[in-house]
Write a protein that binds this ligand. Structure first.
Ligand code: ARG
Ligand code: ASP
Length: 706
């Protein structure tokens, strides 16, 4: 009796169930799994409004933007919003010292002025289907893992081919729950996507790396593009004849904002999460992987910053690189703090003990966790060495260029490959500082030498020390002698006949560094690393299945894998530490508090100061101010940048662009108390377009909720 009662209590308290607001749900399953809960929390639409293959639904307004972001359509003429940091590469590509769009912003004042971006692609999801049965057809329990995965690959390919046959669509089959389920995704890709507008970086990147991952935040992190199609409204390569794409659906904009407690949801393409990994995996991350990677990146970032301070040209050249290196560097720090603070390793250990008690007499599951733990211990030295190679050797830019020139046999390149090579070289030198690279190479190789165990040391580091007395002297000499730091020399080289190029690149002093590290990586690290992971992966499939069997009433959400998802929650402040409470909204007042002409990250455009002084906010004035950013409890991750954040009626409230520092742990463990996503309020976006950009005409094509 007592036992029953406890059980009931546990069920009522929702033990083991998904914590409020946690999860990234597949749009075609939301009707079955979550729509009731969404509606109970305030959602006013139906599952069909979110996802419908026959009628236009909200999903038709969402795109995967390039490979790592999300965007949404906001007009019948293909106008698209995403983050400034998502369009950063494109804005930078059009920027030069004379024409610095990064600094001053860019606004196309007519369609003719919109700028094409070769290589940029956006993808719409046409439909998705559960294809688990078809994928697993012919898979038998007696098969080896290799036979199993060959069969799955074969079946998946057939499904993809059939789904895309006689269409211009692209199909892909993706595993979920570590291969316990499979879904087919059919996409329509557009490749003529033009830049329409971007605010100055002092707005779009306001707060820079100082405020990145932090709250309170005041970043106008948006940029504007337009999707173009052929005259038949189908995808077409760039052509001046192309016309603005007419989407099946575009979003309505709400200028009402949301109050604390209001329902919101984020619709986008989250990249990767690891919610079900074991305590051992988290332990490596928190105690070893992250601390070392953070340290290495601190060194690199200091070198970049010092050189960027010295020259405007270097500052522009390394703006994107610096931001990219700093982003994960800071994320890992927040993630570590959060995981430690929340005691996630212990929490997972305890859950694992419970699982093992349950699995004790079950043949299928009893062995899983002990085996996983043993494999993780075996993996650790290889994971560590691999992290070091990537973060040190992999940080030397010269090596990247050398790899591109040493790897291919030049006698075998066709014309297209030659063109690619020439373009690569031109791009490389457009943003290259030999000074930064030399200093980085010295420090990274020193750290490798100091921290990586003997068995993973490449011969060349010992040679350097023997021949030159120090790594520093050796790398200095290497940079003095190599031809790879000189664009002129490389271009001269590429004029030689292919045979001679092959010989010359292999004689360069960089070649030995390249060969030694590669040999080590490919024979001493990667094979073991991959072998162990090949054993880990199928165990997770079994572990996941066991967890689902054990907690039948719990609805498990699949880890993010760059497929379209819905996360829902509410606008909500939080308490990051004792005695501190963070309000959910920031305003233009906060921008002025931070404004400082002497600090690069906080130096706003004069035009914004003037508008503030005159309180000239036009129709964007709310209570005498302008709202800027807000936080909510939606479960998001990298890839969700640029995603629309929508209200209960599916109207656009803003653009998701970040999480708070304490939240970055949500890739491993979502903590409802502190995990918050950060969005820029659409009213601030519109204010900037209108009042700073003077591009208010763009608003005429948008549709506003009344
Ligand atoms: N932290 C955000 C994300 O992971 C934004 C990064 C861009 N902003 C920056 N200051 N680096 O992508
Ligand atoms: N800033 C991230 C992105 O670029 C979003 C996040 O990690 O919260 O996707």
């Amino acid at each position: 009796m007592r036992k029953r009662f406890t059980l009931l209590l546990i069920l009522l308290l929702g033990f083991g169930s998904v914590r409020a607001d946690e999860g990234m749900w597949l749009p075609n399953l939301i009707g079955k799994l979550k729509i009731k809960d969404m509606q109970a929390q305030g959602f006013q639409l139906t599952a069909k409004d979110l996802y419908d293959v026959n009628e236009g639904s909200l999903k038709d307004a969402i795109v995967r933007f390039s490979s790592g972001c999300t965007g949404e359509l906001v007009s019948a003429d293909g106008l698209l919003l995403t983050n400034h940091h998502c369009g950063y590469g494109q804005i930078q590509a059009y920027s030069s010292v004379e024409n610095d769009y990064l600094t001053h912003g860019f606004w196309a004042m007519s369609r003719e002025q919109e700028l094409p971006n070769p290589g940029l692609k956006v993808s719409f999801l046409v439909r998705m289907d559960d294809v688990t049965k078809q994928v697993l057809r012919g898979v038998r329990p007696s098969m080896t893992e290799q036979q199993r995965s060959d069969k799955i690959a074969e079946n998946s390919l057939a499904i993809e081919e059939k789904a895309a046959a006689n269409t211009h669509y692209r199909a892909s089959v993706e595993p979920f729950y570590y291969g316990n389920q499979y879904f087919l995704f059919v996409y329509e890709d557009f490749e003529d996507v033009r830049l329409v507008g971007a605010p100055p970086s002092s707005i779009g990147k306001f707060g820079g790396d100082t405020d990145n991952w932090m709250w309170p935040r005041h970043t106008g992190d948006f940029s504007i593009f337009r999707v173009y199609a052929g005259p038949d409204n189908k995808p077409a390569p760039y052509s001046p004849e192309n016309v603005p794409y007419q989407p099946k659906r575009f979003l309505t904009v709400s200028t009402q904002g949301a109050a604390e407690g209001d329902f919101t949801f984020v619709y986008g393409f989250p990249g990767r999460t690891y919610e079900y990994i074991t305590s051992e995996a988290v332990r490596y991350m928190v105690e070893k992987g992250n601390p070392h990677k953070i340290n290495l990146r601190t060194i690199r970032l200091n070198i970049m910053s010092e050189e960027q301070e010295k020259s405007v040209q270097t500052r522009i050249q390394y703006a994107f690189k610096h931001a990219r290196v700093a982003n994960s560097w800071k994320k890992w720090q927040g993630e570590m703090k959060g995981l430690i603070r929340r005691n996630v390793i212990r929490e997972k250990e305890e859950a694992e003990l419970d699982f093992m008690a349950w699995a004790q007499n079950k043949k299928e599951y009893a062995h899983v966790l002990p085996e996983l733990n043993a494999l993780y211990r075996e993996l650790e030295p290889y994971a560590f060495a691999r992290d070091y190679v990537n973060e040190t050797y992999g940080a030397i830019e010269l090596v990247g260029l050398a790899t591109t020139l040493i790897t291919p046999d030049m006698t075998e390149l066709d014309e297209r490959q030659w063109n690619n090579l020439h373009n690569y070289v031109a791009d490389f030198f457009k943003n290259y500082s030999p000074v930064i690279d030399r200093r980085t190479a010295i420090r990274m190789l020193q750290e490798y030498d100091r921290n990586v165990p003997e068995m993973f040391q490449p011969a060349i580091l010992a040679d350097y020390k023997n021949q030159y007395g120090s790594i520093e002297a050796a790398v200095d000499d290497l940079f003095d002698r190599t031809m790879f730091v000189s664009q002129d020399q490389i271009e001269e080289l590429l004029k030689l006949d292919p045979e001679a190029i092959n010989v010359a690149v292999k004689a360069d002093p960089v070649a030995q560094l390249y060969q030694d590290f590669n040999r080590l990586y490919r024979s001493g690290i990667l094979p073991e690393y991959n072998r162990i992971n090949r054993e880990i992966t199928p165990l997770y499939r079994v572990y996941m299945k066991g967890m689902m069997e054990r907690e039948k009433s719990r609805i498990f959400y699949p880890d993010a894998n760059s497929t379209l998802r819905i996360a829902y929650g509410k606008v909500n402040g939080y308490a990051p530490m004792d005695a501190v409470y963070y309000e959910p909204y920031t305003s233009i007042e906060g921008i002025m508090e931070k404004d400082d002409p002497h600090v690069y990250d906080y130096d706003i455009p004069q035009s914004l100061r003037d508008l503030y002084a005159a309180k000239d906010y036009g129709r964007w004035k709310v209570n005498g101010s302008v709202p800027v950013c807000f936080i909510a409890t939606n479960h998001t991750t990298g890839g969700n940048s640029g995603s629309p954040i929508l209200n209960a009626k599916g109207e656009l409230l803003g653009l998701n662009f970040d999480r708070t520092w304490e939240s970055t742990m949500s890739d491993v463990r979502y903590d409802p108390e502190i995990c918050r996503n950060i969005s820029v309020d659409i009213r601030y976006v519109l204010f900037v377009i209108d009042k700073i950009g003077g591009a208010g005409y763009l608003l005429n094509e948008m549709r506003f909720a009344e």
